[in-house]
Design a binder for this molecule. Structure first.
Ligand code: FAD
Length: 245
């Protein structure tokens, strides 16, 4: 992770204990090239549990950088590109589930403030920008307009306005359940030697070659297992054919 996906290396991992990149390190001696970037995952609380359910998220600059209603894989990629991979969800006193908020305060995941100024200052968020972002967000929500963000936008129907103290903030953590960078193969799943030549008898399948099919972010649920199963079946067919079976 530190070598290929440093921005995700401090995140929360829900991969299995044996997923340590052996497929990449074992084949490096053949000059194999690693292709693809990004991690498959979502954003979570530090223990991997759900974040508070609001649709207002800013970066350290106090800006909404992504439409908060986008799929979890899109949010994860967008957060990974922010300063220090920092992103904050902000709720106000109208939040429906105060029991969860209290539990999260006890765990140290959520912090409570009387003013947005204090909230921003204490968390290293640009105060002026945050106030302007909140004002624009609330106004667009009141007008029933699509609420623009730097990337994509949020439907006004989903808006969770930030208006009444106390205010609550929770920092998002990047969760990884799989990785995209993997060794370069050709259309027959044969591993290449870094100069485009197939290495005889060496095949790659599954997540280890995901970076040949997609990059930057996970396309959607089901892609991991279907890609693994189908490349496995396909590579097996190629091997059988090469052996004259
Ligand atoms: C929590 C979680 C949720 C997921 N949810 C979904 C989902 O909903 N839908 C979906 O499509 N995908 C999902 N995925 C992704 C998907 O499960 C994986 O991408 C897919 O299973 C990868 O299959 P694979 O055969 O390539 O690798 P793996 O299933 O990781 O298999 C690799 C195998 O190699 C073994 N191994 C490792 N090192 C060595 C070694 N040195 N020598 C011998 N053996 C070794 C491992 O023990 C393991 O059995 C999820 C993954 C996780 C972790």
């Amino acid at each position: 992770m530190e070598e290929y996906l440093p921005e995700f290396a401090d995140g929360y991992f829900s991969t299995n204990a044996g997923a340590t990149g052996d497929g990449i390190t074992m084949t490096a001696q053949f000059g194999t090239k690693v292709v693809g970037e990004g991690s498959m995952g979502s954003i979570v609380a530090p223990d991997g549990s759900d974040l508070i359910g609001v649709y207002f998220m800013v970066n350290q600059e106090g800006e909404r950088f992504i439409g908060e209603g986008e799929p979890k894989y899109v949010l994860q990629r967008a957060v990974s590109q922010q300063t220090d991979q920092a992103a904050y969800l902000i709720a106000d006193s109208s939040y429906a589930d105060m029991e969860t908020i209290q539990e999260k305060i006890e765990k140290g995941y959520v912090k409570e403030y009387d003013t947005l100024e204090e909230l921003a200052a204490d968390n290293g968020i640009d105060v002026e920008n945050l106030l302007a972002t909140v004002e624009a967000y609330n106004a667009a929500a009141d007008a029933g307009e699509e609420i623009p963000a730097a990337e994509y936008s949020l439907s006004a129907e989903l808006a969770t306005k930030v208006e009444t103290a106390p205010f609550y903030i929770e920092k998002a953590v990047l969760r990884t359940f799989g990785t995209i960078p993997g060794i370069e193969v050709n259309e027959n799943c044969q591993v290449l030697d870094g100069e485009g030549q197939a290495i005889e008898g060496l095949y790659g399948v599954g997540e280890l070659i995901a970076g040949n099919a997609f990059t930057r972010q996970y396309p959607g649920a089901g892609v991991g297992i279907s890609w693994a199963a189908n490349t496995g079946r396909y590579a097996a067919e190629q091997i059988a054919e090469s052996l004259g079976k």
